[in-house]
Design a protein around this ligand. Structure first.
Ligand code: IMP
Ligand code: MG
Length: 188
């Protein structure tokens, strides 16, 4: 395989800059701080896409809280959901009676979060709140809505700031629209 550097060559345009992301996360953190003070919530990050958002969001949340992570996959390496959700890593904490705050990178069809919410509800948390950095409402197939959403985005496949295409591009510091030619030959 040829040596590849410069992921930005595969990015058609930058949708959200580092500065825009940082400023919006500060606002979300302040809202969550105000709404959850004294409730000792447990933040549940959905790996792997959440990793950068979770790290930045939690640094702007100033309340006593705990954290845990789940890993789920629904995608394979394509750009649209297969509809099936697989739990690759479950929580290691007991969530009964706790205020659960699920942290996602993007709410797209809603299949993942609707499955996850039902999966966790049976453990009797006190409440379940959904936080997503990006929301693509035009693609919704399941009846889910985010309680806190960073940005509403158009129907384009985006990468960076935790979001991947075939596991790559997660380390871009901004969010960009991937050039269609990068994924249009998938499966060939
Ligand atoms: P949903 O189940 O269709 O709502 O999809 C949720 C998951 O699909 C997200 O957590 C992402 O991993 C992935 N996803 C959806 N849209 C995009 C995108 O534009 N770029 C990268 N990943 C995406
Ligand atoms: Mg994800």
């Amino acid at each position: 395989m040829a040596e590849r550097t410069g992921m930005e060559r595969d990015v058609e345009r930058i949708l959200l800059t580092e500065e825009q992301i940082r400023a919006r996360i500060k606002e979300l953190g302040a809202e969550i701080t105000r709404d959850f003070a004294g409730k000792n919530p447990i933040f549940v990050g959905v790996l792997k896409g959440c990793f950068m958002f979770m790290a930045d969001l939690l640094r702007s949340v100033d309340i006593y809280c705990t954290m845990d992570f789940m890993a789920v996959s629904s995608y394979g390496s394509g750009t649209s959901t297969t509809g099936a959700v697989k739990i690759n890593k479950d929580l290691s904490s007991d969530i009964a009676g706790r205020h659960l705050i699920i942290v996602e990178d993007i709410l797209d069809s809603g299949v993942t979060l609707s499955y996850l919410t039902k999966y966790l509800e049976v453990r009797r948390p006190a409440s379940i709140t959904l936080v997503t950095l990006l929301d693509k409402p035009s693609r919704r197939r399941a009846d889910v809505h985010a309680d806190y959403a960073g940005f509403e985005v158009e129907d384009a496949f985006v990468v960076g700031y935790g979001l991947d295409y075939a596991e790559e591009y997660r380390n871009l510091p901004y969010i960009g629209v991937l050039k269609p030619e990068v994924y249009e030959h998938q499966g060939e």
